[in-house]
Design a protein around this ligand. Sequence first.
Ligand code: PBG
Length: 327
Amino acid sequence: MDLIQRPRRLRGNETLRKMVRETRIDKSSLIYPLFVQEGKNLKEEIPSMEGQFRYSVDLLPYKLEELSKAGVGSVMLFGIPDYKDEVGSGAYAENGIVQKALREARKQFPDLYYVTDVCMCEYTSHGHCGVLCGHEVDNDATLELLAKTALSHVEAGADMVAPSDMMDGRVRAIRECLDRAGHKETPIMSYAVKYASAFYGPFREAADSAPAFGDRRSYQMDYHNRREGMKEALTDVEEGADIIMIKPAMSYLDLVSEVHKAVHVPVAAYSVSGEYAMVKAAARMGWIEEDKIVCEMAASAFRAGVQIYLTYYAQELAGFIDEGRIG
Ligand code: PBG
């Protein structure tokens, strides 16, 4: 055969395949989402997320040590309070669950990097991501509370804050509040491109944050829309977001790729609870090879253009990177 192009030439052996690999994955890109709850001596498995737990503050250090040993240097903290009210006051309480967790974690593992999820839904009695006016989430009234929450996280030791509420103007509100308090150097990772997604189902069980009525479609985006996602990304960069996140990851890689081209800040993707739960369930049935699927999902996010990947599989992925199975 007189073929000039033979793409298979570069696939002939492992050394060559690795030499020409386009996507390299490093452990420093991984962020592990972690749930902290009130109480003592608690490590409760989340039923819909086999292998994921809700830790009380006193047991958190054991998990942090494990992560740190595995080479996962960053975590994203979510709080599960004991007490909820209409205005989500636990989110910005001095002695709130995330604030307590941060102080303890910082003491024990000062070198880990602490990102916090900034949202109201785990703290409001109605489960919505902001305060209500009738049955509507009141955008502008919520901004002040989000800013207060972000500031209280930073004052308790957060290195970075990540607003996930999808209110308009929250990045600017948080930036101004942090700057006024002298935290000019604290970055904001915005969950900018966040869709109203059934993939969050298991998380809502984990965080006990399902809305008591209605759904989140008046603030999270309609998944039929790509241009709207771009608008959110660009708006948040203008408002001062340092990193743009796309969420969920797996079904939204078109957005990752497009956002990566359109903005000049780092891009993150969050492989959410439903993605994790599906892989776990299928693996348990013996229908897929879990390790290979996890590597393939991660590589596809990096290939699409992320620098940061949030995943409940961070620790396993770190191991796969060490073993050279991915990267
Ligand atoms: C809070 C928040 C959610 C997730 C991250 N931050 C839930 C939601 O928006 O309903 C989902 C994470 C996951 O599913 O793993 N608003």
